[in-house]
Design a protein around this ligand. Structure first.
Ligand code: GCW
Length: 666
């Protein structure tokens, strides 16, 4: 059918379950909604697009609520059972009522209702009430103004700044629909390695045009800003956050923005990290910088998202320690409209890292979660990695800072310390490719990010099932097979890239493919050898008190576990310990044997995934089938490349034979 993935999970192909379709048609004989608001119009459009297509029958709109079977209406007085843009979907006799306290809540309720139809759920006796667990659910694009996308593997940026503000691509609307359907309500269209130009009057008009497109979908625009903008744009002598003129400049600029965009979301800032300017240039702290912006935004209701991804060029601290050492002393100093945005792990979006020790360590500060959706270190858009399992692993991790049950999710959603500002952000994997994400399965990572930001208690598996049903197939056996593939996919990659807690073995700069031997880069902590420390004795980075003492940044509960190789979970063993090649593992095998086994298991699993996919040929649309088939062929080849490169390289230190059962790499 030429399906190329453009329609994402909003395909709305006619249901082939005729019995169910008949039941739906009966239950959905007429729709009542008030489409007078901009969001109301969007709801109506979506229903007009979706229901006739799904049901193969034109849709009737009723002018009176009494006659309609599906009724979409604001609560007459706000319901206390719902918070924010939450919604209810309830059966009432022959009616199905979608209610909310806000227009955007109605839009979310409508998308949830459509999801029930798309995933072929019964519409009888519904009693659903949902509110978002996290307030700001965001996508961060690392897109430059010239449409280059940093760490983007799906074509150039979807944002065409040249043609804005006058030319508004259909793609912007479809992007907004997709985001609204999963509850994403904030986007940052430009890179954190920012460009001061974005705050110039000409560009602000372009931003305004985007904000106008997104508003009816409940999506606010935020901007990454360059901390040196006052100097770069208007020739001020300094950008020192304690300078009165600089503060005034930001206040004026903020007022200028809100004149154009009354619901502007705020600023995202990467400061004093990887060459970006920041308050540190003037001997000021991150809190000084963030608070200056926060004060400018506060009168308008805007927020500052201040990133904790810092590692100073002159620091003596091991890189994974630096965010904590710089930020924890500032706890309590940030304005209440600031959230400190922390990457999920202490280094940089590796296939597996422990949770960042910052989570739980700044009780007086709102902490935002930054996940990476784009697969910078996970095989770009050619390797199939469903990241739902990884996000869940981090969200469910127990920090133990306030005893058992102090999960990272509770830190993020504000419930652990009583913060009202809560944020989850994903670094987008979206580009101008026809299928948006390069790999069809990359769409699932965009999807799961939004779904978990809405409700982090959903399981990765349940979300995968939804996505498969809406995107690929309703065939029960096939879906189960695909979901199983997805659920195992990230661990497979960990196995053939960085098993047992290894990390940062990727080749330099691009981060694609193996480079464990690289040891000649300008900074010690850019070199893979710095992290794996393979030598004649053994392998791994000692982060106990005898080593870098990274363990000291965790709660006592984890310190005890991570300090002892016998207690450290296998999957993080070499993150925390440097151990001899013949170290006895839980399995009874030596470390060397087990390391090799992981590499081989991972590569074999990639091959298995390819075999499994080929069996699905008749149940997947040919174009989607072929896209995935070709990507899997690349993945299989490259999984072996990873396996062989790493095993042979590490063998040059272990000097041990490959364990029985594993052939010599060809
Ligand atoms: O993961 C690293 C990337 C950089 C990125 C940086 C960051 C935007 O390699 O490309 O820059 O992190 O998160 O700021």
């Amino acid at each position: 059918s030429g399906e190329d993935g453009y329609r994402l999970w909003l395909k709305y192909d006619e249901l082939d379950n005729t019995k169910l379709k008949k039941a739906y048609i009966k239950q959905l004989s007429g729709v009542y909604l008030d489409a007078s608001s901009a969001t109301g119009k969007v709801i109506k459009q979506e229903l007009e697009l979706a229901l006739p297509a799904l049901l193969g029958k034109p849709l009737t709109f009723n002018t009176k609520a009494d006659n309609a079977s599906l009724r979409i209406q604001l609560n007459q007085s706000p319901s206390a059972l719902i918070s924010g843009d939450g919604f209810s979907i309830q059966s009432q006799g022959k009616h199905l009522n979608i209610t909310a306290n806000t227009q955007v809540g109605l839009l979310y309720g409508t998308f949830h209702f459509l999801r029930l139809v798309q995933t072929e759920q019964s519409l009888a006796k519904l009693d659903i009430t949902q509110s978002p667990k996290i307030q700001l659910r965001m996508l961060n694009h690392w897109d430059d103004l010239d449409r280059h996308t940093e760490r983007g593997f799906a074509g150039e940026s979807i944002f065409d700044w040249h043609k804005l503000p006058d030319y508004k691509e259909q793609r912007y609307y479809d992007y907004a629909r997709a985001n609204a359907s999963i509850g994403i309500n904030g986007i940052v269209p430009i890179n954190v390695n920012s460009n001061a130009l974005i705050l110039s009057p000409a560009y602000l008009q372009k931003v305004q045009a985007l904000a106008d497109v997104f508003r009816p979908y409940g999506i606010k625009v935020y901007l990454s800003i360059k901390f040196s903008s006052p100097q770069q744009l208007d020739g001020l002598a300094t950008s020192d956050p304690l300078d009165k003129q600089v503060q005034q400049w930001w206040q004026n600029k903020t007022a200028e923005i809100y004149k154009l965009i009354p619901d502007f979301g705020g600023f995202l800032v990467k400061a004093n990290s990887e060459g970006q300017p920041g308050p540190g240039d003037y001997g000021r702290t991150h809190a000084d910088g963030a608070n200056m912006l926060a004060k400018a935004l506060k009168p308008f209701g805007g927020n500052v998202l201040w990133r904790a991804f810092v590692y100073a060029h002159d620091s003596e601290h091991e890189r994974s320690l630096q965010a904590y050492t710089e930020f924890v002393p500032l706890d309590g100093q940030f304005e209440d409209n600031v959230s400190v945005q922390v990457k999920n792990g202490p280094i940089d979006f590796q296939p597996r890292e422990p949770f960042s020790p910052l989570f739980g360590a700044m009780p007086q500060t709102s902490l935002a979660m930054e996940f990476q959706v784009t697969q910078e270190y996970l095989g770009f858009s050619t390797h199939l990695a469903y990241l739902g399992t990884m996000y869940k692993e981090v969200l469910d991790a127990d920090t133990h800072v306030k005893g058992t049950g102090s999960s990272v999710a509770k830190v993020i959603d504000g419930s652990l310390e009583g913060h009202s500002l809560s944020v989850m952000a994903g670094v987008a994997n979206i580009g101008a490719d026809r299928n948006w994400t390069g790999h069809i399965f990359g769409q699932a990572n965009w999807y799961v990010l939004g779904r978990l930001a809405w409700d982090h208690e959903l399981s990765a598996e349940q979300i995968a099932h939804e996505w498969v049903a809406m995107t690929l197939t309703h065939d029960v056996k096939s879906s189960e097979q695909i979901v199983a593939m997805m659920m195992a996919s990230r661990e497979n990659i960990v196995n053939y890239m960085t098993p047992l807690g290894l990390h940062h073995l990727m080749d330099t700069g691009h981060h694609y493919g193996p480079g464990p031997w690289v040891d000649n880069l300008g900074r010690a902590d850019w070199n893979p050898t710095y992290y794996h420390r393979a030598d004649d004795f053994g392998i791994g980075l000692d982060r106990t008190s005898k080593g870098t003492n990274g363990v000291s940044q965790y709660a006592p509960y984890w310190q005890e576990i991570f300090s002892d190789p016998a207690k450290t979970p296998d999957e993080l063993l070499l993150w925390f310990h440097h151990l001899p090649w013949d170290y006895k593992m839980r399995s009874g095998q030596t470390l060397w044997q087990e390391l090799v086994a992981h590499y081989y298991t991972g590569a074999a699993a990639a091959e298995q995934m390819q075999q499994d996919w080929l069996t699905l040929k008749n149940n997947i649309e040919p174009n989607q089938f072929n896209q995935v088939r070709m990507a899997l062929a690349i993945q299989v080849k490259e999984a072996k490349w990873w396996r062989d490169a790493c095993v042979l390289y590490f063998q040059s230190y272990s000097k041990m034979p490959l364990p029985m059962g594993f052939e010599k790499p060809k």
